[in-house]
Design a protein around this ligand. Structure first.
Ligand SMILES: Cc1ncc(COP(=O)(O)O)c(C=O)c1O
Length: 381
């Protein structure tokens, strides 16, 4: 039996928030709200790529654009022919890759992932019939590679790392993760979909430490506000890229032709990303004091566009329930990302400024949250 989809569990909170005058301010799902580049949308309707089947690997021009972007923004050279291929956004890649890696290593049955993380890493293990083993995180929410049990390492098919991290915005040491993978003969999969939204220092990629045994996974969903197009790529070890791209070809994974053409335009432009970076930084900086004044413990993240907030009283569901009922604000309870973070909520800066201002105004009108309420049974079901 699969667990309920996390966001389906927010339905009662959604209904409560909708009752507040002015409607819900939805800061739960990390879905971009800002405009994608107009040139990308134009290309979508003018590529003339609708008739034939697209290549599963990604067209040569798509792969060259993605490789060019990696070189420009992350400073790494990859061979677009052998070391890079398309995926339909990163979620499907995260959810399906363990089962395909098992075809290469059938004696390995364990997927390692951070104990506080995007839930699909665990789900990919479940869907592959693998053991899902959470790696403990430190006080900065970075993985403690030294805490991995040697018995789990010996059975591990892959290790997921996510920098900047969702939900906490943490920056892990990607070079150390790659080294750990090579030392233990474990594939390292690095989900880098927030790479250009790194606020402390330059953007990073696992590929800086070489291609051997590693793959970096990227997406246009967040970078270019194109979550609706479903397009990304993976790059790294040519043996892994070859294996996965062959399997994915058989399984019929294809990014639609017009979407590949539009993605080329997006990867060739950085101006819109620089503008988007400024928008997120401003929203994050403005909302930190709003939440702090409402009684929450919060600071600027090192990356990504979420505020990762410790709640008074230690019950993330109760705080999410209170925010929905009293202020019409929807957030994600911390246990969506792991059992050890149930005393947190995640607040996504994915609403336009006027909606965030409305949320701020409502919060200041109702006074601080003190954690003395408990989650209503209807919400935390
Ligand atoms: C860490 C992480 N990985 C992957 C995804 C999936 O993104 P997409 O499938 O749109 O590329 C998300 C989306 O929220 C995410 O936060």
């Amino acid at each position: 039996m699969l667990p309920p989809y996390p966001y389906d569990r927010l339905e009662p909170a959604k209904q409560a928030a909708a009752l507040i005058h002015g409607g819900a301010v939805d800061l739960s799902v990390g879905t971009p709200c800002d405009e994608p580049p107009a040139a990308v949308l134009h290309e979508l309707g003018h590529s003339n790529a609708e008739r034939g089947y697209p290549t599963s690997l990604g067209s040569p021009v798509f792969r060259r654009a993605a490789a060019g972007w990696l070189q420009r923004r992350l400073g790494v050279e990859v061979d677009a022919e052998r070391q890079l291929a398309a995926c339909i956004g990163t979620k499907e890649f995260v959810a399906t890759t363990p089962q395909y890696l098992r075809l290469l290593h059938d004696s390995r049955d364990t997927v390692l992932y951070p104990a506080v993380a995007y839930p699909t890493y665990e789900m990919g293990a479940v869907l592959a019939g693998c053991r899902a083993v959470a790696v403990p995180v430190d006080e900065r929410w970075c993985m403690r590679l030294d805490a991995i049990d040697p018995a789990d390492a010996a059975r591990a098919l892959c290790l997921w790392v996510n920098t900047p991290g969702n939900p906490a915005g943490n920056l892990d040491d990607l070079e150390a993760a790659a080294r750990w993978g090579r030392d233990h003969n474990v594939t390292v999969l690095s989900d880098e979909c927030y790479s250009e939204f790194t606020w402390t220092g330059p953007p990073r990629t696992v590929l800086e430490s070489g291609m051997d045994g590693v793959l970096a996974v990227h997406s246009l969903s967040k970078r270019s506000n194109l979550a609706g197009l479903r397009v990304g790529f993976y790059a790294g070890d040519p043996v892994l890229v070859h294996h996965l791209s062959e399997v994915r070809k058989h399984a019929g994974f294809m990014v639609p032709g017009p979407v590949q053409a539009a993605a080329v335009v997006a990867y060739n432009d950085d101006t819109h990303v620089d503008a988007q970076r400024a928008v997120y930084v401003q929203r994050l900086q403005r909302f930190v004091p709003v939440l702090a004044a409402a009684g929450f413990e919060v600071s600027m993240p090192e990356g990504a566009f979420y505020l990762w907030v410790r709640v008074p009283g230690g019950d993330g569901w109760a705080a999410a329930d209170w925010l929905a009922r009293e202020a019409g604000i929807l957030v994600s309870p911390g246990d969506f990302y792991g059992d050890v973070s149930s005393d947190h909520i995640r607040v996504a800066m994915v609403q336009p400024d006027d909606r965030l201002a409305l949320a701020a105004q409502r919060l200041s009108a109702i006074g601080a949250y003190d954690g003395s309420v408990s989650a209503s049974a209807s919400v935390n079901s």
